[in-house]
Design a binder for this molecule. Sequence first.
Ligand SMILES: *[C@@H]1O[C@H](CO)[C@@H](O)[C@H](O)[C@H]1NC(C)=O
Ligand SMILES: *[C@@H]1O[C@H](CO)[C@@H](O)[C@H](O)[C@H]1NC(C)=O
Ligand SMILES: *[C@@H]1O[C@H](CO)[C@@H](O)[C@H](O)[C@H]1NC(C)=O
Ligand SMILES: *[C@@H]1O[C@H](CO)[C@@H](O)[C@H](O)[C@H]1NC(C)=O
Ligand SMILES: *[C@@H]1O[C@H](CO)[C@@H](O)[C@H](O)[C@H]1NC(C)=O
Length: 485
Amino acid sequence: MMGRWSSGLLKVVSWLCLVGFVSGIGANWGTQASHPLPPNTVVQMLRDNGFQKVKLFDPEDSAMSALSKSQIQVMVGIPNEMLAGLASSMKVAENWVSKNISSYIKDGVDIRYVAVGNEPFLETYNGSFLQTTFPALQNIQSALIKAGVSSQVKVTVPLNADVYESSSGKPSDGDFRANIHDLMVAIVKFLSDNGAPFTVNIYPFISLYNDPNFPVDYAFLYGPTASPVGDGSITYTNVFDANHDTLVWALQKSGFGNLSIIVGEIGWPTDGDMSANIQYAQRFNQGFMQRVSSGQGTPLRPGAIDAYLFSLIDEDQKSIQPGNFERHWGVFYYDGQPKYQLNISTSKTGTLVGAKNVKYLDKKWCVFTPSVSLDDSRVASAASYACAKADCTSLGYKTSCSDLDARGNISYAFNSYYQINDQDGRACDFQGTATTTDRDPSTSTCRFEIMIEAGSATSWRLAAVGGQGVGLVFYAFLPLLLTLL
Ligand SMILES: *[C@@H]1O[C@H](CO)[C@@H](O)[C@H](O)[C@H]1NC(C)=O
Ligand SMILES: *[C@@H]1O[C@H](CO)[C@@H](O)[C@H](O)[C@H]1NC(C)=O
Ligand SMILES: *[C@@H]1O[C@H](CO)[C@@H](O)[C@H](O)[C@H]1NC(C)=O
Ligand SMILES: *[C@@H]1O[C@H](CO)[C@@H](O)[C@H](O)[C@H]1NC(C)=O
Ligand SMILES: *[C@@H]1O[C@H](CO)[C@@H](O)[C@H](O)[C@H]1NC(C)=O
């Protein structure tokens, strides 16, 4: 049973108050959630917390409308799936800019950047977007010029830090990855010619996650500094600085050492892995905020850091292919409540402020029926079904719910499924092995969530046509559920 269970589970800111100019910290606002907060609530959160910039992965209409006249600067993303179309036709690019940029600018959305694709050159994409990213970037830039908005709206491509590398680990040996070197130089030249920035996502957490021998303290900007890396006259005490400056070297070697850099994503997850926890996330993000507010920059780029935290809110529908931590990057939980104290220095209070007027479902949970035996033949498949359809990423070694026993595990899975299905009674049955309760099964570290009333979803809403919510999805899977049981 344990085996089946496991296999089921497997399956900004700154204080850059240079007179009259405040750069500020940004946040990534992703919406791959079963129950996203209403966009107006999120925009209010951004304002209450002193975020001055936001990055979206898609110009979703409800989010864009909520940002109108909000005084928040916006970077709008174009999903990778759209790059081929945009690359092949100028007309497609013009329509995209007209609908997704110009019309929102008219409505009072302060759009500053278009992010063409999202980490399109990640090695895991097997080169799928190598041919289309640059032509799409060029077509979008031409369309921005034609629409008369190119002085306000700049293009960029958010790239994963694996587009550059250093054979020795020293920043000064940095250069663009050999198999995309010439393409990168062409893109960098194009960005420079058009007064546009380079955007890079830097993840010290992933360094630690991928390499068990990675020195933990080197992941953080402040604190004890074991294992510094010397590079000429510079001593690097943390991987953020070293990684960032590897990019500066790569740009310099391409002849564009002055190209401005935006850190498109930076942050630390709080659950789903032994290195993903509240303590590390707080230490990392507070250290990063401190660096931003100091105006100190990195050794090779002293001065302001333009960055967007990843991310604002947890997203329970994200793919866990990169790891179970993927649904826990938020500085806020799914319901917009802060996970820990963080001083965004442009905030009025010096600490995070939660979302207001959040509407929760009833105080009810779904649990494994006490009288049913763990060995019951229905149980294992029911639990793995629930995990596959809902979210069990808080279960596992050294996660927030690792203190649960086997029965607790099953209850956690059942409850997650029940809540994602809006507490529909039919989602707490599992062939008679599940029961609802009004006693909160949470432990001191493990939260058995109560879902919120859904705002507007993206992918999920598309799946659940007709505004019937997740119930429809549940029924769609009912035959499968019966087979499994
Ligand atoms: C605007 O963006 C949305 C979201 O990415 C996309 O579905 C739509 O096709 C775009 N509109 C045009 C005219 O390209
Ligand atoms: C990339 O290739 C690997 C191995 O061939 C395959 O498993 C994976 O699905 C591919 N990924 C994409 C995004 O095409
Ligand atoms: C880069 O910027 C520095 C400082 O502003 C300046 O002295 C230098 O000439 C610039 N180099 C290039 C290649 O533009
Ligand atoms: C938050 O950070 C700012 C800038 O670093 C600092 O001036 C302020 O005192 C801090 N507030 C708190 C409550 O720590
Ligand atoms: C609970 O589930 C997790 C994740 O599958 C597993 O690692 C853990 O061993 C389980 N605990 C018990 C007591 O079965």
